[in-house]
Design a protein around this ligand. Structure first.
Ligand code: BG6
Length: 479
């Protein structure tokens, strides 16, 4: 018998504060690390300025101004029939520097309004507590989570908001794409570590592996403590981890390629999932740290990690890549994670390989490994949508992408996977995290704004808006 989507399946969409709110210094908000990043492009890395320069453009400063448009935007999500809306709280809107004792009331009031608006339409908020947006002060003065005091500051922030919204929010994710911290790329985004060169410029490619793993351990502690404290505040809270699932296939049947995939999959995907879901460091990681002479107090903190495990596993899924020991193979572009081209797959305009079937593989793999409910909290297609001469945005390519992914979700459910929800990424156009562009659009709703920050901010429903509305209305029967 075909199971299909359960009647309480959580259909919805996802955003992050720094990519949509704007109002970066309004009503007492402090600057976050994102507010120091200029826009870039597919082949132009974003520049990080320690000082915000008056003649430079920082996309997060205004973004799509969700801060002033939230009523209009949430009304449109309601019109699509959203059951759930994933958004993040900007930590620096609540604690501008990050280490204050008292929260900023105006910041707290803003999210009260947002959650009240969601409630009007029967939309459940799914709140990410940290989505790459640490208060800049903590990054500058403490080097982020490399300093254990930042664990306490985070837990203070998390308990403040969980206390405040205990009757308005039930679903919480602690750290967005925490596993990026297993790669140098995660130094800045996840850990708030700013490595600078001799000229004082923040350089993303600089790394200190020991510091990175010790800081990641501190993030695990912050997550576990948040879960423990959250359950005291409201025992019915549900917590999730959030892992960027980096899907890798061996390029060839060469056993060396198979082994390489296994090692990378363990390191990049399984490590963080195991700590947050099973509450323990996996053997391969313990050995890796030992081999590298990196001292991490996982034994001392074992009980805390066990007590602070999450209830469900959430992840992002966009694409897949191949892995090989053959260094001569051509790499895919536009993706921080690199990887080798898969001859069977097409790529997006930003070089991300499109692989719906891979999602079925991943869902089954995660279901086997963890056995807890799964939720896909990011999936979508970044494309340079245009308003045509009739005033419409006909994004059939996006509909096609999402359709193929929803189809395999259904197949995975019929394989026995416990999938409880789906929040499509960037349900309203927002600025890209990777490139800072507005041009890389994901939304069901178009926003009139360009890469230079010009545009009326007018919202327009795309063709995919009406398509997703009927997907939700039919509970995934008509996709
Ligand atoms: C995820 C992030 O990595 O991918 C989002 O959690 C991000 O913040 C999304 O926007 C898509 O990536 P990009 O670079 O296209 O914005």
């Amino acid at each position: 018998m075909n199971m299909g989507f359960s009647k309480d399946f959580l259909w919805g969409g996802a955003t992050a504060a720094n990519q949509c709110e704007g109002a970066w210094n309004i009503d007492g908000k402090g600057d976050s690390i994102c507010d120091h990043m200029r826009g870039g492009g597919v082949n132009t890395p974003r520049v990080f300025d320690m000082e915000i320069l008056p003649d430079k453009y920082y996309p997060s400063h205004d973004a799509i101004d969700f801060y002033h448009h939230y009523k209009e935007d949430i009304a449109m999500l309601g019109e699509m029939g959203f059951k759930v809306f994933r958004l993040s709280i900007a930590w620096s809107r609540i604690f501008p520097k990050g280490n204050e004792e008292k929260p900023n009331e105006a910041g707290l009031a803003f999210y009260d309004n947002v959650f009240d608006e969601c409630r009007k339409y029967g939309i459940k908020p799914l709140v990410t507590l940290s989505h790459f947006e640490m208060p800049f002060y903590l990054a500058k003065e403490y080097n982020g989570f490399s300093d254990k005091r930042v664990v306490d500051y985070f837990v203070h922030y998390a308990t403040t908001v969980m206390e405040r919204y205990k009757d308005k929010v039930s679903y919480w994710l602690t750290f967005n794409e925490i596993n990026f911290a297993t790669l140098p790329f995660g130094n800045q985004n996840v850990l708030g570590i700013l490595h600078t060169d001799e000229k004082g410029n923040v350089v993303r490619s600089l790394d200190d592996e020991k510091m990175r793993y010790q800081a990641l351990h501190n993030v695990f502690l912050a997550s576990a403590k948040t879960v423990i404290e959250g359950r005291k505040i409201n025992p019915s809270f549900q917590f999730g981890c959030m892992i960027a699932h980096v899907t890798m296939y061996p390029l060839t049947p060469n056993p060396e390629d198979i082994l390489l995939v296994q090692q990378k999959d363990n390191h990049i995907n399984n490590f963080c999932g195991d700590v947050q879901v099973k509450g323990e460091y996996p053997d391969f990681m313990i050995q890796y740290l030992k081999n590298k002479d990196i001292d991490v107090p996982y034994k001392e903190d074992a009980q805390l990690l066990k007590d602070g495990t999450v209830d469900f596993y959430t992840f992002s899924y966009y694409s897949s890549n191949c892995v090989t020991v053959d260094k001569a193979k051509e790499k895919t572009s536009g993706n921080v994670l690199g990887g080798v081209k898969n001859p069977y797959l097409q790529v997006s305009d930003w070089g991300w390989q499109i692989d719906p079937k891979g999602l079925r593989y991943v869902l089954n793999k995660l279901n086997d490994r963890y056995g807890v409910p799964l939720m896909i909290v990011e999936n979508g297609l970044g494309a340079a949508d245009q308003i045509d001469e009739t005033g419409q945005v006909l994004d059939d390519y996006r509909i096609e992408y999402l359709k193929e992914h929803i189809k395999v979700m259904e197949e995975a459910i019929n394989d026995g996977v416990k999938l409880i929800g789906y929040t499509m990424w960037g349900c309203i156009d927002l600025i890209s995290a990777g490139t800072g562009e507005m041009k890389k659009r994901y939304g069901f709703i178009y926003v009139d704004r360009d890469n230079e920050g010009k545009g009326s901010l007018m919202r327009k429903k795309k063709k995919s808006f009406y398509w997703y509305k009927q997907v939700i209305a039919s509970n995934g029967e008509n996709y």
